[in-house]
Design a protein around this ligand. Sequence first.
Ligand code: WQD
Length: 356
Amino acid sequence: MSNKSLALPHNELTILVTGGAGFIGSHTCIELLGQNYNVVIVDDLSNSSKIAVERIRELSGADENQLVFYECNILDREGLETVFSKHAIDAIIHFAGFKAVGESTQKPLEYYWNNVAGSLVLFDVARNHGVKNVIFSSSATVYGDPEMIPITEECPLHEATNPYGETKAMMERILTDFYRADSEWNVVLLRYFNPIGAHESGRIGEDPKDIPNNLLPYVAQVAVGKLERIGVFGNDYPTKDGTGVRDYIHVVDLATGHVAAIKYAAAHSGSIAINLGTGVGYSVLDMISAFSRAVGKEIPYTIDARRPGDIAECYADPKLAYDLLGWKAVHTLDDMCADSWRWQQQNPYGYSDKEA
Ligand code: WQD
């Protein structure tokens, strides 16, 4: 399968989305289907729900040919062979992987096995079927404690403070080595910052399995009454108000960035890393007050000890994404909070059947 195939009319192209039932994956499927691409989802549902796939179909109006779902783990070579034999895949957007930073420090073997070995099985099967166009879900965590702020793609990579981040850095190097050995590989490494928000319909969103590790889903669960209060992890960082500063990006902006990367891959080949961020950093206290505005009431919090491994500040210089992909984030902080709150209110138990 050569790059020029991606230049065909979208309805003649099929994009394999691994992890497509997940938070970023489901929003990306909506955007792909909205652009008339055909979508095949492979997801083992270990951190997502088949209801999300039903909601993708509901929101996109995709029929059984435009959107096909396989419950399959990327380590399942036979299952992947079935998918690649039944569908002429033109490109892969690879989200599937474990992603909990804290959990990865407790279960490194599971993280390296699932995220790295699983990806190698996926790409071996893909190569055997001539599929070498890959958009990879990477993370700003590969920068470690960044040497520069805002962060450009030239910022040196540093050891991530956790096995999860290491799996992302390893997969970036592995995919780049594929291209160096065989120039038919066409790789775009997308380094996300902090994805939050939800589709404006409130029908799909972030559905953490247990107590949320990340700030925004935690804040949303306090706002909806599922959790008591937010613990702010430290207010003694060298930042404007002492709390951690991050580049929060609306998940729909992240999704459109993936579609832009597919279009970029149609006209370019090689291996390239691109930051997907807004270029604006907000502190934890900024986020709590922004979410309070969306909810219309104060949200209780206490100042707690720092979380080990956290860095003070991290936000992107998004210039390369604009120059190469013609993409930039367009949603505001209030959009992110309003959309996240709508999802939380309409789905207090996420996709679980308790809500049904
Ligand atoms: C944001 C800020 C915390 C929770 C992680 C991963 C990264 C990426 C995005 C996958 C920090 C503070 C948080 C809480 C708090 N994921 N915080 N109380 O750590 O920037 O990035 O998610 O790619 O790889 O590392 O996101 O949402 O956990 O934290 O005060 O209960 O909120 O200290 O300053 P983080 P986060």
